[in-house]
Design a protein around this ligand. Structure first.
Ligand SMILES: CC(C)(COP(=O)(O)OP(=O)(O)OC[C@H]1O[C@@H](n2cnc3c(N)ncnc32)[C@H](O)[C@@H]1OP(=O)(O)O)[C@@H](O)C(=O)NCCC(=O)NCCS
Length: 111
């Protein structure tokens, strides 16, 4: 979590094996989006784990806002898992535009 006079954004970080560090569940509180918080947190993670992993990976739903954000942070589309959200969650999950998340999209960058 990034705390700047209160929590502004968060993510999970997991060791996926084979030198891959994955960032999941990225989200910034709506009122604080577009102020550089999530990018600051991703930059922090990149620096903190530099030398320990060869690939930094983001796993996200196929949402219209998060993929451009990740590309802006230097990640490149790698692969996807079809129907990840519909196969693994009982209830449908929607992005902030009301679109249902179906596939899991992975983007990567070399650390
Ligand atoms: C996507 C999200 C995490 C980005 O967080 P944020 O704190 O608003 O992003 P930042 O302010 O750090 O943005 C960093 C850069 O990315 C750009 N950016 C952010 N969102 C963008 C978008 N949707 N499209 C294109 N660029 C985007 C910013 O303009 C900024 O560029 P700059 O450095 O040139 O100014 C945030 O909008 C969010 O929480 N969205 C909804 C949650 C969600 O759907 N999470 C996915 C769970 S799978």
């Amino acid at each position: 979590m990034l705390d700047d006079d209160g929590i502004k954004c968060e993510c999970l970080v997991t060791d996926e094996g084979n030198g891959i560090l994955e960032i999941k569940n990225i989200a910034t509180i709506p009122d604080y989006q577009g102020k550089g918080y999530e990018k600051a947190m991703i930059d922090f993670i990149s620096i903190k784990y530099r030398g320990q992993y060869s690939i930094l990976q983001v796993g996200i739903g196929d949402s219209t806002s998060t993929i451009p954000f990740c590309e802006k942070c230097g990640f490149v589309r790698s692969h996807s898992i079809k129907n990840f959200f519909t196969d693994n969650y009982k209830l449908p999950i929607y992005d902030e535009h009301g679109l249902q998340l179906v596939d899991m999209i992975y983007l990567q960058k070399i650390t």
